[in-house]
Design a protein around this ligand. Structure first.
Ligand SMILES: Cc1cc2nc3c(=O)[nH]c(=O)nc-3n(C[C@H](O)[C@H](O)[C@H](O)COP(=O)(O)OP(=O)(O)OC[C@H]3O[C@@H](n4cnc5c(N)ncnc54)[C@H](O)[C@@H]3O)c2cc1C
Ligand code: SF4
Ligand code: SF4
Ligand code: SF4
Length: 391
């Protein structure tokens, strides 16, 4: 039948089709690996084509623009930048839209550490959507809520992976007044089921419950790729809270996220792994900053910001008072950014990666390897690493 079931592995799991079908005959199911895909109740499908019209995989060229200007970005506020993944550019966009009386959508962890898109409407809530969650965020019914907010005349900022932004434009039928979008440079997402299994593994390891997980903590070693987790353990007499930090590449989950052997199939053919951007603004880590703008580098983090559209420029002007900025070039911002050139490579072991996911020892059997360089780097003082980088 001529409906969304023909999208198959190109599906990015945005859930736009589920929210668009006038016959409500699309539901979203999880495959064995734990990724979301649509299931069509073919008996009730009238082949109206609405699901295909609102699917990003069918509308790849919608709202695509080349960056007009590129900036290095560092939030002025210390508390804000320390909670953000890089220079806090996405956070400044959220702050600017809230200041205009708008609402912001972004990825947040709930108490069970399940990641999904939520709406925030106050500065006190900004923290929830700060920092990167390296797992696919559940968009839930956020597109329908955005539509409703826009109809109420509210300004809306939607932040997310490029495919989520593309899903939103496809769902809405194109750009809308009062809508601003920020997409991330993105190399791919592991499945929520993998992350859930990993948290269960950490719970067992610590004999407690993980109550907080930050994939990009700056607390111990500044801007980089260290996670921090907090666990709560109850004994008969007291409750203990412990924290642990580790380099992502030396961790059972983090290593496979960095290696890219656990991504959603659509990530290996990602339509957004290039410089033709879907968001009004694009943000990422400015990894090459120590060489291209050494005076602007900071251990607290630097974001790269691409202004891609007129609306992006309008938002950028409202964000600017919150940060120090320096103009850069696209070439400078593309250093160590393979996903601005091509999609992540699909390693051979991807086909088997999730094979044992339902086994109780799936996570404990994952290998991290010797990785001498990463281990040495993890024990060197972070100031020394910064110095080496700038050389
Ligand atoms: C899966 C993933 C892969 C990434 N790959 C790269 C990369 O290859 N190169 C690179 O430079 N940057 C990458 N990033 C982006 C990078 O980690 C930072 O998010 C970016 O530098 C912005 O930092 P910030 O300080 O400006 O944002 P912050 O102020 O920390 O805000 C974080 C923003 O990211 C959004 N977000 C967090 N987690 C998710 C998620 N799971 N899904 C959707 N949106 C999310 C939040 O809604 C928020 O707007 C990736 C991010 C994710 C989530
Ligand atoms: S073609 Fe129409 S009725 Fe059929 S699944 Fe798609 S949106 Fe629903
Ligand atoms: S990409 Fe989104 S709209 Fe398209 S099939 Fe997948 S979930 Fe549905
Ligand atoms: S790599 Fe592409 S398809 Fe995968 S989550 Fe990122 S934007 Fe979406």
């Amino acid at each position: 039948m001529e409906n969304i079931s023909r999208i198959k592995e190109k599906c990015v799991g945005c859930k736009s089709c589920e929210q668009s079908c006038p016959k409500h005959c699309i539901s979203i199911g999880e495959n064995k690996e734990g990724f979301w895909y649509p299931i069509v109740d073919e008996k009730n499908c009238v082949e109206c084509g609405k699901c295909l019209k609102t699917c990003p995989a069918e509308n790849i060229e919608q709202h695509r623009n080349m960056p007009q200007t590129v900036w290095a970005w560092r939030n002025k506020n210390d508390a804000d930048i320390m909670k953000s993944a890089s220079g806090g550019a996405a956070d400044s966009a959220a702050k600017a839209v809230l200041q205009m009386g708008g609402v912001v959508y972004g990825a947040a962890c709930d108490e069970q550490l399940v990641v999904s898109h939520i709406e925030i409407e106050s500065n006190a809530e900004r923290e929830k959507i700060q920092s990167s969650k390296y797992v696919q965020s559940d968009p839930k019914y956020s597109y329908s809520k955005v539509k409703q907010r826009l109809a109420e005349g509210k300004k809306v900022l939607y932040t997310g992976t490029p495919c989520q932004i593309a899903g939103l434009y496809a769902f809405l039928g194109g750009d809308k007044p009062n809508l601003y979008t920020v997409d991330l440079i993105c190399h791919g997402v592991p499945s929520p089921k993998f992350f859930k299994k990993y948290i269960e593994y950490q719970n067992r390891q610590t004999d407690g419950r993980v109550i907080y997980f930050n994939f990009r903590s700056k607390d111990k070693r500044g801007w980089g790729t260290q996670y921090l987790l907090k666990t709560k353990t109850k004994t008969k007499t007291k409750t203990k809270t412990k924290t642990k930090t580790k380099t992502l590449s030396l961790d059972r989950y983090g290593k496979h996220f960095m290696d890219g052997d656990c991504y959603r199939e659509s990530c290996y053919q990602c339509a957004y792994a290039n410089t033709s951007r879907v968001g009004d603004i694009t943000v990422g880590d400015f990894w090459g900053i120590a060489k291209s703008h050494p005076g602007f580098n900071s251990p607290k983090g630097v974001s790269s910001v691409f202004v891609n559209t007129e609306k992006g420029q309008e938002l950028f002007e409202k964000m600017k008072p919150f940060a120090e900025t320096e103009q850069a070039t696209l070439k400078e911002a593309m250093v160590k950014q393979h996903n601005l050139v091509q999609p992540s490579h699909r390693p051979e072991n991807r086909s088997n990666f999730y094979k044992e996911i339902d086994e109780p020892d799936f996570v404990s059997n994952l290998k991290v390897g010797l990785q001498l360089k990463a281990r040495i780097k993890a024990i060197l003082p972070s100031k020394l690493i910064q110095k080496i980088k700038s050389l």
